[in-house]
Design a protein around this ligand. Structure first.
Ligand code: SAH
Length: 226
């Protein structure tokens, strides 16, 4: 899967590809879905949420430009799969999940695999996680209407943030923000995606609409915009 679907589609970072090769994705899935672990697609986990598509996890991680040793914040732990990929590269990973049941399960999986440098937090991640800040990089695995101001504040100077942003809870543009000065942020559009909504104080107000797997499947534009 890594060679044929992820590297072939343009993810070039050896650091990221090596991390993907090390993490057993099947262990983050419900038992009845484990046979699909190495198809490059999102899959349902508990509480109507999804484990992201490996290609998207790879692309977002590559966009964070990690070299190793960084402090990273992830919003939307879900299964914990992306947190494990980040933990293979970064020094410390704080990952925040709003659904208690998912946070607990992900924590158990990550600890069973021996990840000591991942800290799973049950909270509203649209507000970031100030105790671990400032962060070298922030990755948001759920789509919001704007990049939360709290997240921008918790980014180090020169830090990168990758997040799906869109004015509909169902379709977003993946953007990368770089903090270039205290109050100055550079923004780049990477590609069109479709993530589950970021629900919280600085995200969408509620899960009033139901989001099915079809809506959670990223629509990939193969060539990222420059
Ligand atoms: N990274 C995950 C996929 C996450 S799916 C993986 O690798 O499996 C998006 C997750 O974001 C869902 O679990 C959802 O509950 C969570 N989420 C949505 N809004 C959130 C918020 N405000 N704070 C924290 N988590 C949130």
């Amino acid at each position: 899967m890594i060679d044929r679907q992820i590297e072939a589609r343009g993810v070039r970072s050896k650091t990221v590809l090596d991390a993907l090769r090390k993490v057993p994705r099947e262990l983050f899935l419900p038992e009845n879905l484990r046979e699909f672990a190495y198809q490059d697609s999102p899959l349902p986990i508990a509480a109507d949420q999804t484990i992201s598509q490996p290609f998207i996890v790879a692309l977002m991680t590559e966009a964070l430009d990690l070299e190793g040793g960084e402090t990273v914040l992830e919003i939307g732990t879900g299964s914990g799969y992306a947190a494990a990929i980040l933990a293979e590269i970064a020094g410390q990973v704080y990952t925040v999940e709003r659904i208690g049941q998912l946070a607990e399960k992900a924590n158990t999986t990550l600890k069973a695999l021996g990840y000591q440098n991942v800290h799973v937090v049950h909270a509203d991640g649209s507000l970031g996680w100030p105790p671990g800040s400032p962060y070298d990089a922030i990755i948001v695995a759920a789509g919001g209407p704007v990049v939360p101001a709290s997240l921008k504040r918790q980014l180090k100077m020169g830090g990168r943030l990758v997040m799906p942003v869109g004015n509909s809870p169902r379709s977003q543009e993946l953007v990368r923000i770089t903090r270039v000065a205290d109050e100055k942020f550079k923004s780049e559009d990477l590609l069109d995606v479709c993530f589950v909504p970021l629900v919280g104080k600085e995200g969408w107000a509620s899960t009033a609409h139901r989001f099915s797997m079809n809506h959670a499947r990223p629509r990939i534009r193969l060539t990222p915009k420059s």
